[in-house]
Design a protein around this ligand. Structure first.
Ligand SMILES: Nc1nc2c(ncn2[C@@H]2O[C@H](COP(=O)(O)OP(=O)(O)O)[C@@H](O)[C@H]2O)c(=O)[nH]1
Ligand SMILES: [Mg+2]
Length: 491
């Protein structure tokens, strides 16, 4: 087997077989050479595998996007609950303060509504961030649906009993302020800003409305409540606050229940179309359980607790179960208000998947930050901007049409889609027809805006339902993982 030798190449000359090589010598040499090649190939293969493994070990990077109150943080909590139980268990007791805060805010909203109906102004809260200002009480209560109190109806027949309730629940104002101060800005909800901003995340806000915390997660807000209800070392002020809150709530339990169940107040809510059940962090049906001295939040309570997300927050979870057990996931939860969206863009690089949340029940609601804008319309615009975004062109995007439970309730209560979405026309006003219609609209927008063809993945979700969400997440996990591994091999 003659090999051509380049006589000008000293290396070729050096390794060339001797001219007088015998047959046996040639066989032995070729054997040595074959062995050397095998070892070299083996090393190459090991290096290739190592490189691929390193790429695969790269964390799976997922962004949760969507307008404010679409369910991003709730979905993130579901991921943690399902796949990272250890971190979940560590955080759980800290959420107690948020649940208590949500309940106190619900009650104070009711008191505000009652006071207004009684024709007397309630004492305003001193906290600048408080969302208890009169003008906003009804929006906070009704998931931002248009719910101006109707002044033309006869005054509600409140009695001395209601005045007494109001007095006895007075301490809850102070409790709300204390909790707000400890939880920080995440405890206050959005209010309308004068600056008009667009739906897309690509324009710089004229004026930052929120400070951006890149730091790791809700622990920042919750850290003040670590020792809550537990004797850990010396009694700190935080510990006292926690005990105080728990004590006041336990004392007020019966009065809180009496207020929420009061037929006169319920009638006022109904007449003014105020649906407390749809408000953020609704816990009024759980007073018996929460307003006790030994209350500990359940998994569901934590998932339902509402704390507003500020800026972009990074969460690292090592998944404990599922196909990605042992694998690290990096998830980004973002503030969804229009003024916060410019902060998303730096996170678009190198993303494995975007989960986009659209609260489908919000077709009759307005944005908290801009009352002129319909929430569904804002979701469409934002979806269009995300689909059309070049840095995300090759990223898998998964649409969650969320709050299906609220859509069901809303349609059942007689709200007509076509009154808010004229193009819906005379289609049947049921959940299946409405979701199909909205879904088709999202699909069309994606088709027109995607810089290159991309599959359309959609799930109908109720993020507060941990069981059904776990099933959705397992499908989503598999899809994201498949894409992630394909990228690792291709890159
Ligand atoms: N009923 C219902 N409430 C939901 C659902 N998803 C989220 N929420 C509630 O809506 C509020 C806003 O959710 P959150 O996850 O904080 O929204 P984010 O602003 O997008 O992070 C919270 O009070 C949640 O408990 C849902 O599918 N159904
Ligand atoms: Mg959030």
């Amino acid at each position: 087997m003659g090999r051509s030798i380049d006589v000008d190449d000293p290396l070729s000359l050096a390794i060339a077989p001797p001219a007088n090589e015998t047959h046996e010598e040639r066989i032995a040499r070729e054997k040595r050479e074959a062995e050397a090649r095998r070892v070299s190939d083996e090393i190459d293969e090991m290096l290739r595998q190592e490189r691929a493994a390193m790429k695969k070990r790269r964390p799976v990077k997922v962004l949760l996007l969507g307008q404010s109150e679409s369910g991003k943080s709730t979905t993130l909590k579901n991921f943690q609950l399902t796949y990272a139980r250890k971190a979940w268990a560590e955080d759980r007791s800290s959420w107690k303060a948020v649940v208590q805060f949500n309940l106190v805010r619900n009650i104070n909203t009711l008191l505000d509504i009652m006071s207004r109906e009684m024709g007397t102004r309630a004492p305003r809260s001193d906290s600048p961030d408080s969302d208890l200002d009169y003008d906003e009480a009804d929006d906070a209560a009704a998931g931002s649906a248009d719910t101006d109190m109707n002044p033309s109806t006869a005054p509600a027949p409140f009695t001395e009993h209601h005045h007494v309730l109001k007095l006895r629940l007075g301490p809850l104002r102070r409790i709300q302020e204390e909790l707000e101060a400890r939880l920080g800005s995440g405890a206050s909800e959005l209010v309308q800003t004068s600056s008009s901003t667009s739906a897309g995340p690509f324009d710089s806000p004229r004026r930052p409305q929120e400070f951006y915390v890149r730091s790791n997660n809700w622990k920042t807000a919750l850290k003040n409540f670590r020792p809550f209800g537990r004797a850990e070392g010396r009694r700190s002020k935080d510990f006292d606050t926690g005990e105080d809150v728990t004590e006041v709530l336990a004392t007020c339990r019966e009065d809180m229940k009496a207020l929420w169940e009061d037929p006169v107040l319920q009638d006022v809510l109904r007449k003014n179309k105020i649906r407390m059940e749809e408000s953020s962090g609704f816990f009024l049906n759980d007073i018996d359980r929460i307003a006790t001295r030994d209350y500990e939040p359940s998994d569901d309570d934590v998932v339902r607790a509402r704390l507003r997300t500020l800026g972009v927050q990074e969460y690292r979870f090592v998944f404990e179960i599922g196909r990605t057990a042992g694998h690290e996931w990096l998830m980004y939860d973002v503030g969804g208000a229009r003024t916060s969206r410019a902060a998303w863009v730096p996170y678009f690089d190198d993303v494995d998947a975007v989960i986009f949340l659209a609260p489908i029940s919000a077709f009759d609601e307005k944005l908290a930050e801009d009352k002129r804008v319909n929430r569904l319309e804002d979701s469409y615009l934002l979806w269009k901007a995300i689909c059309g975004c070049k840095p995300l062109a090759k990223t898998q995007i998964i649409l969650f049409l969320n709050k299906i439970d609220l859509l069901e309730k809303k349609l059942a209560s007689g709200v007509k889609v076509k009154d808010y979405v004229p193009s819906f026309g005379d289609r049947s006003n049921d959940v299946a027809t409405a979701t199909k219609y909205f879904q088709q609209h999202f699909r069309e927008i994606a088709k027109q805006s995607n810089p290159e063809p991309r599959p359309f993945f959609v799930h109908l979700t109720t993020a507060t339902d941990t069981k059904s969400t776990a099933a959705t997440l397992s499908v989503v996990e598999e899809g994201i993982l498949r894409d992630h591994l394909r990228r690792a091999d291709l890159l």
